[in-house]
Design a protein. Structure first.
Length: 315
């Protein structure tokens, strides 16, 4: 068949299909959905297409090769000659990239989870399967964020709460090892443990003697103290007195509207020891095993360092 249109400048459905390298069924499918308009109908009622239909059909095939859904293809074609055509295509491609990234992440996590189950002993398999089964793939940090929203005081400013959640909630690795899958699954189990309801860390933000309640004073000070201690913790220097410890104690003194004195430091050391909770300790231990902890120490590691510095000073 010739590579040009018929003498009237139009193609039959079969001619168009052959020119585009597709089946007649494919051309009819796109025509019936309005993606490929007909130029006219023959005297016998057969579809006829103009030369521009070939470029349009090739564009449709290209978009479908990228797995773009038909509604998105329709929007791109509708704007093909408009100023927003480029924007429509860019939005569609960006959406596909996001969806593909999610799918690839899920596949990487699934592969690592399967390797974890394949390489463990039969005695370990049931427990690991239970842990992994509780985590969606790819995993989200929703449960970890809910954990801290329960533990932290309710009256924190939104900006401060966002800062604390960002620091306290580790992101799951994009390309995990089997051991990292297990660590994150265990961290998820801690965050969803029913005993979370019993955590009494909120007593740190209890009302002071004058009836005030200043949880923001405490946690803003703790964020600053952790920032000051970060370099020492990362370098694995022994806990010691200094600016970070002074800021740490000052935050607790500010909460209680009292002065930082040796007597206060002794009382604070004893109180912080009583407030320790195994679920919180377990959370920080597991968070410290994820890749993000290699870039920045966890709040738990910095809090342990500051508390150790306080204990050493008052001992």
């Amino acid at each position: 068949m010739s590579g040009s249109a018929s003498p009237d400048g139009r193609w039959s459905i079969g001619e168009l299909a052959e020119q585009a390298g597709v089946t007649v069924k494919t051309v009819r499918f796109y025509s019936d959905r309005g993606l490929l308009p007909e130029a006219a109908r023959s005297a016998g009622g057969h579809r006829r297409y103009g030369p521009e239909a070939l470029d349009r059909l090739r564009l449709i095939r290209s978009l479908r090769t990228l797995d773009l859904p038909l509604p998105q293809v329709d929007r791109i074609l509708a704007q093909e000659d408009a100023a927003g055509a480029t924007d429509a295509l860019e939005d569609a491609v960006a959406g596909q990239l996001r969806a593909l990234g999610t799918q690839l992440s899920a596949l990487r996590w699934r592969e690592a989870a399967l390797r974890l189950l394949h390489d463990c002993t039969p005695e370990e398999r049931a427990d690991r399967l239970r842990l992994i089964g509780a985590v969606t793939l790819p995993p989200t940090t929703d449960a970890l964020a809910r954990f801290w929203r329960h533990v932290l005081p309710a009256r924190l400013p939104a900006r401060l709460l966002s800062t604390l959640l960002e620091a306290a909630v580790p992101q799951p690795p994009a390309d995990p090892t089997p051991s990292q899958v297990l660590t994150f699954a265990r961290l998820h189990a801690v965050a969803t443990d029913p005993r979370v309801r019993d955590i009494d860390i909120r007593r740190l933000a209890a009302r002071t003697s004058d009836g005030a309640c200043r949880p923001a004073v405490l946690y803003e000070g703790l964020v600053e103290a952790c920032a000051l201690a970060s370099a020492d913790v990362r370098a694995q220097r022994p806990p010691h007195a200094g600016e970070a410890l002074d800021c740490f104690v000052g935050a607790h003194a500010g909460l209680r509207d009292t002065r930082d004195t040796p007597a206060f430091r002794r009382r604070l050391s004893a109180q912080l020891g009583l407030l320790a909770h195994p679920l919180i300790d377990r959370y920080w231990h597991l968070a410290g095993e994820l890749p993000s902890a290699a870039r920045q120490p966890t709040i738990g590691a910095m809090d342990d360092w500051l508390r150790a510095a306080l204990d050493a000073q008052v001992a």
